[in-house]
Ligand binder design. Structure first.
Ligand code: CA
Ligand code: CA
Length: 170
């Protein structure tokens, strides 16, 4: 049984992935997210961290296309998202996390120049916000992830939160 509330949340997730709002999820949405992150953190695209981020974005797109682009037109339509991606992501949130991890690892590196494997709560909220997570949701999630209250969030926790947002309707 699919509730209308569930469908509403799925529509919101689709809109989050469809960053440029052209009605389909495609490679440009992922490279656009990378570009937004680089702008937010003031990192040059041609830098090592910039190139790593674009590489992660491409891998993320390829992973999503492998799951959902059934007709192979290099776009994930709304129907492909609802009928393919949503079910598979919901059934396998860990698989989604693995697809997203290289991108998130590279994104975290933007906020973690010393390579500590953590980001501040503030930067975590900025990261999630650049990825289309609504700002109030991003801020609440970042604060929740800092369970011990030291102001830092670990990479693994960011990956988990991201996967949960996209795969489990609240
Ligand atoms: Ca799009
Ligand atoms: Ca397609």
């Amino acid at each position: 049984m699919v509730s209308s509330e569930y469908e509403r949340r799925i529509a919101a997730r689709f809109a989050t992935f469809d960053q440029d709002g052209n009605g389909s999820i495609d490679r440009e949405d992922f490279s656009g997210a990378a570009k937004a992150l680089l702008a937010e953190f003031g990192i040059a695209a041609r830098s090592d961290r910039g190139q790593a981020l674009y590489g992660g974005a491409e891998a993320f797109w390829q992973g999503m296309a492998g799951i959902a682009d059934r007709d192979g037109d290099q776009r994930i339509s709304r129907e492909e998202f609802v009928n393919g991606a949503v079910k598979r992501l919901r059934d396998n949130p860990d698989g989604f996390a693995e697809i997203a991890r290289p991108f998130l690892h590279a994104a975290l590196a933007l906020a973690d120049p010393d390579g500590t494997g953590t980001a501040s709560v503030t930067d975590t909220a900025r990261l999630l916000g650049c990825l289309g997570v609504p700002q109030e949701v991003a801020e609440a999630a970042a604060a929740t992830l800092d369970a011990d209250g030291d102001g830092k969030v670990a990479e693994g926790d960011i990956v988990t939160a991201f996967a949960r947002y996209f795969t489990v309707p609240e």
